[in-house]
Write a protein that binds this ligand. Structure first.
Ligand SMILES: [Zn+2]
Length: 269
């Protein structure tokens, strides 16, 4: 599931494949960018901010009076970027899911099922992403600010609050479920009733950081199949701590998993 760590990893893969590379062709397969041609543009760097991916480009002078541009994309639940060697077959996803192809002699980057794909001046990144809370994997990670933003809405459930990228950027559904289990918190606990919010925020950062640089997301320390999570994806299976069957329920648009014993419901209010 693409969460902050997956997007961070993706940004690194694209950076290694394309940074400093001059593009020899591009193929956008979405209507808004169908006529865009990045031939001759240079990839400056690839970066992530929360779950947003930013491919920063330098336009040749004849193409644009603005030199610095950013190709923005969001992976949501199903988006994928892959870097292939020239001539290698593109096998990550079916071809009809391709939204963009960036070609160079060194590597070919293919973006599948990308969301919010847009080309904007790099100077405009802030207006696009300025609403995001502190980035859990950013160089400027600010846990106190994340705690402050969470605490500002004490009536929101902690399950919803952790997914709100305006409060802190990078936690998706998997880490939300795992984090709440590890802290013994029900997803329905109001933020104002969470005993130690700074500890929740610190653990969120540690979980994501631990999975940087690898594609298997594990919160248990084990990378063995079926052993990588405490509750996520484990409906009706025994809790690793107490043996109780793991529960699963829709929370808003998301599915949430929790142990009803280790994560007791909040007192009636
Ligand atoms: Zn349990």
């Amino acid at each position: 599931m693409p969460e902050g760590d997956t997007v961070w990893n993706t940004a690194r893969v694209l950076h290694r494949a394309l940074a400093g590379v001059r593009l020899t062709g591009s193929d956008f397969r979405i209507p808004t960018l169908a006529t865009t041609d990045l031939t001759g543009w240079t990839v400056r760097e690839s970066a992530s901010r929360g779950k947003h991916l930013l491919l920063r480009l330098a336009a040749p002078p004849q193409a644009s009076p603005t030199a610095a541009w950013t190709l923005h994309s969001h992976l949501r639940m199903d988006g994928v970027w892959r870097a292939y060697a020239p001539g290698e077959r593109w096998t990550a996803r079916p071809a009809h899911l391709i939204r963009v192809v960036l070609r160079s002699p060194e590597a070919v980057a293919v973006g599948y099922h990308l969301h919010e794909l847009a080309l904007l001046p790099t100077a405009g990144e802030e207006s696009l992403l300025g609403h995001l809370g502190p980035d859990l994997l950013g160089a400027d990670w600010d846990p106190d600010e994340a705690v402050r933003r969470l605490a500002a809405a004490p009536g929101v459930t902690i399950g919803e609050a952790l997914l709100d990228q305006r409060k802190l950027a990078g936690v998706g559904n998997l880490y939300k479920c795992e984090l709440l289990f590890l802290r013994g918190l029900s997803p329905w606990t109001p933020v104002g009733a969470v005993p130690d919010l700074p500890a929740v925020v610190a653990l969120a950062q540690r979980l994501l950081a631990a999975n940087r640089g690898r594609w298997t997301q594990s919160t248990t320390g084990s990378l063995r199949r079926g052993q990588t999570s405490y509750v996520y994806g484990r409906r009706a299976q025994p809790c690793r701590r107490c043996g109780t069957a793991i529960s699963r329920e829709e929370l808003g648009e998301r599915v949430t998993y929790w142990c009803p014993v280790c994560q007791p419901p909040p007192a009636a209010h």
